[in-house]
Design a binder for this molecule. Structure first.
Ligand SMILES: Cc1cc2nc3c(=O)[nH]c(=O)nc-3n(C[C@H](O)[C@H](O)[C@H](O)COP(=O)(O)OP(=O)(O)OC[C@H]3O[C@@H](n4cnc5c(N)ncnc54)[C@H](O)[C@@H]3O)c2cc1C
Length: 420
């Protein structure tokens, strides 16, 4: 099959891949993007961070200061606006606070617009948590846990659970939360929900906000429409892995790609071979493509972009036939893998690293599975090969870090193609 020739190929369409495509198009380059599956961006619960939020929260507690929103960079902020899914906290102001399904209020640099930002409520706010008979939503336990959170106590919030009728049909108590969210893509259904919430507010007398589960739309965040109808802020708590926030990211990605005329090709890329003039990609379908440059935005271990594949996995009933590095990338490419500042070599062990010891974080240091990735200089892996996002070794695994590194990769590609 003859190889088709293209300008820049991006492999992976999570936060990093989408930001890379957007930035390449902004810089006047043509791009094709391939993604064979699902990544961390589609699995996350709706908060977006620049640094891991636990790190910032720990530092703020130690220093006894209120954590303030740090600059995210003008280009990254423009990308977030272009994607149109998230609200970023104002630079220098108190960071947004979102409710976790574990009963905490945590800081975030930004959040999916469907989520309720508790930092915007007045001190002493009374927040209603309606009971809905669903497995992920024990309103009584959640309201108790959220009330006991330090932030809620400091702000004098009152979280109150109460009976409510927020599902319409029999069986909605048992469908997946993402399916319930998809029902709220329908305008009439959102108006129906708004009417039930208005009844609830009228019955309760005082409500300063309503906190619901991750059910408010799968293609668009419907919280703003509900807030308008009900007259007080209505929003979601963060979702569990694989919920509505991920679907809304994928819908926002499709809208952005359509606007910038990039089509997402649902293909796993198997290999990238480099020579002096081009990179040749081989796809799952057998198609081959030539590109002047390739950006690997394939994610880390969570997306399968980095695969844990120690020699023992191929041992069968006997000892492995030889030694080799315990991780590889999802596509064959001339990359070097590293973690915690150390390059992985073939190693002397037949069994790979001791995950029971190394996989877990130690104090503020991430575990091995969270920092293993491709060794790069900036975004550059090789002459025509670049990387962005979670695939890069030792960078924070966050949405805004991935998006910013996509923009850096686009600049590096532009520089390389212009011979700089
Ligand atoms: C459960 C969970 C919760 C999280 N919560 C937060 C949070 O609250 N806040 C925050 O800021 N960050 C959070 N993160 C981290 C954040 O989601 C990631 O750091 C960021 O989204 C990574 O984006 P990425 O584009 O680098 O990778 P990904 O989103 O993983 O995208 C990589 C893509 O590449 C594709 N791919 C891989 N190999 C190939 C191949 N060979 N061919 C074609 N396609 C390929 C994958 O299918 C995938 O779609 C969370 C992550 C997880 C897993």
């Amino acid at each position: 099959m003859a190889a088709e020739s293209i300008d820049v190929a991006v492999v992976g369409a999570g936060a990093a891949g989408v930001a890379t495509c957007w930035a390449l198009v902004e810089r006047g380059l043509s791009v094709r993007v391939f993604d064979g599956g699902l990544g961390a961006t589609s699995l996350a619960g709706g908060a977006i961070d620049d640094r891991p939020w636990e790190e910032l929260a720990r530092a703020a507690t130690t220093l006894r200061v209120e954590p303030l929103a740090r600059p995210v960079g003008a280009e990254a902020a423009r990308f977030v606006a272009a994607l149109g899914l998230h609200r970023l906290g104002d630079e220098g102001a108190s960071m947004p606070r979102v409710a976790t399904p574990m009963g905490r209020f945590r800081i975030a640099r930004g959040h999916d617009r469907a989520l309720l930002d508790l930092s915007r409520l007045a001190d002493g706010a009374r927040v209603l948590v309606p009971r809905v008979p669903r497995a992920e939503w024990d309103a009584d336990a959640l309201a108790r846990a959220w009330s006991a959170d330090d932030y809620a106590r400091a702000r004098g919030f009152e979280l109150v659970s109460m009976d409510a009728e927020l599902t319409m049909h029999l069986g909605e108590a048992r469908i997946a939360s993402a399916d319930l969210a998809a029902l709220h893509d329908d305008d009439a259904r959102v108006r129906w929900l708004g009417a039930r919430l208005l009844e609830l507010v009228a019955r309760e007398g005082r409500a300063d906000a309503l906190l619901l589960g991750p059910w408010l739309g799968a293609t668009h965040a419907r919280a703003e429409a509900l807030t308008q109808q009900v007259g007080v802020p209505v929003g979601e708590a963060m979702g569990e892995v694989g919920g509505a926030a991920g679907l809304r990211f994928e819908a926002a990605r499709s809208r952005l790609f359509e606007r910038i005329a990039v089509s997402l090709e649902r293909e796993q890329v198997h290999a990238a071979h480099l020579d002096d003039a081009k990179v040749e990609l081989t796809c799952e379908s057998g198609a081959t493509l030539r590109a002047r440059a390739v950006v690997l935005a394939i994610g880390g271990v969570a997306s399968g972009g980095i695969v844990f594949d120690p020699p023992e996995r191929h041992a069968g009933r006997d000892a492995p036939s030889g030694v080799r590095a315990p991780f590889r990338t999802s596509l064959a490419a001339p990359v070097t893998l590293a973690a915690a500042g150390r390059v992985f070599d073939v190693g002397s062990s037949l069994f790979g690293p001791a995950l029971e010891r190394e996989a877990w974080p130690t104090d503020a240091d991430p575990g091995l599975l969270e920092c293993v990735g491709v060794a790069c200089r900036g975004a550059r892996v090789g002459a025509r090969l670049f990387a962005a996002g979670d695939v890069i070794a030792d960078r924070p695994r966050t949405f805004l870090e991935a998006a910013s590194s996509g923009i850096v990769a686009a600049d590096a590609v532009l520089g390389a193609l212009r011979g700089r």
